[in-house]
Design a protein around this ligand. Structure first.
Ligand code: PGA
Length: 247
């Protein structure tokens, strides 16, 4: 099963549901539809209405983040995994580099993953090296640290997906070369196997994926899907990514 996940970031108002309607109608006609899953993470403000609209349809809704506490607390503007699940979201991103750069620590991320899983959310856990870590050959050690500090063997790996998103690639149009990406995804799966024993959770790639460069990614079978930012705000681009992937 492959994943095409659209991360809308700070984008979207109620009428933006039209984008998803188009993706949904493409998907329902697509002969390859059973080979992949579509998940969209809109801002919190749209989760409930999108969930209601797509109930019984094949587009799943997730949140972009969650607070590192379980249910209710006195943290202004925070939204807990329990609250996200209560409006019907099935997934949440955790550890996106946007949030890491705003102060999310490994310890906070571990609690986010723990409480999200406890509230029946599947977690899309984001990792990735920055430009200087890449330049100094620290990619593998950075990714190993990000994974082992947060993911624990007691977590249910069936409900975890890892998204590898090199920070230097997010929103820049730059993507890793095929050989590096292959090596890095094998490394990530190896580390995940040491945490969880045997099977690794799915590993996605994210960072400047679009309808033109998807051809390069489809040849790397270790990659189980994509986390797509900018291009997920256009139904045409998002659909073309899927079309070109299965061409
Ligand atoms: P991008 O964003 O596709 O716009 O590079 C990816 C992400 O941040 O999840």
């Amino acid at each position: 099963m492959k994943y095409f996940i659209g991360n809308w970031k700070m984008f979207g108002v109620p009428r933006s549901i039209n984008i998803l309607n188009k993706i949904n109608s493409f998907r329902s006609r697509d002969k390859n539809r059973n080979k992949y899953r579509v998940i969209i993470t809109p801002p919190y403000t749209l989760i409930e209405s999108f969930v209601k609209h797509f109930r019984n349809k094949k587009i799943m809704i997730g949140s972009q983040n969650c607070y590192q506490k379980d249910q209710f607390s006195s943290n202004t503007a925070a939204v807990s995994p329990y609250m996200i699940r209560s409006v019907g979201a099935k997934y949440t991103l955790v550890g996106h580099s946007d949030n890491r750069s705003e102060g999310d620590t490994d310890l906070m991320l571990r609690d986010k993953v723990k409480f999200a899983l406890r509230n029946n959310l599947k977690v899309i856990f984001c990792i990735g090296e920055n430009k200087s870590q890449k330049k100094n050959n620290k990619t593998f050690s950075t990714l190993r640290r990000q994974l082992t500090k947060v993911l624990k063997k007691e977590f249910n790996k069936k409900n975890i997906i890892v998204a590898y998103e090199p920070i230097w690639s997010i929103g820049t149009g730059k993507i890793p070369n095929q050989k590096d990406l292959l090596k890095t995804s094998i490394h990530i799966k190896k580390v995940l196997k040491t945490i969880f024993r045997k099977n690794s959770p799915a590993v996605l790639y994210g960072g400047s994926v679009d309808e033109n460069n998807i051809d390069m990614f489809r040849e790397i079978k270790e990659i189980d899907g994509f986390l797509i930012g900018g291009a997920s705000k256009s139904s045409k681009k998002f659909i073309d990514i899927i079309k070109n992937y299965y061409r």
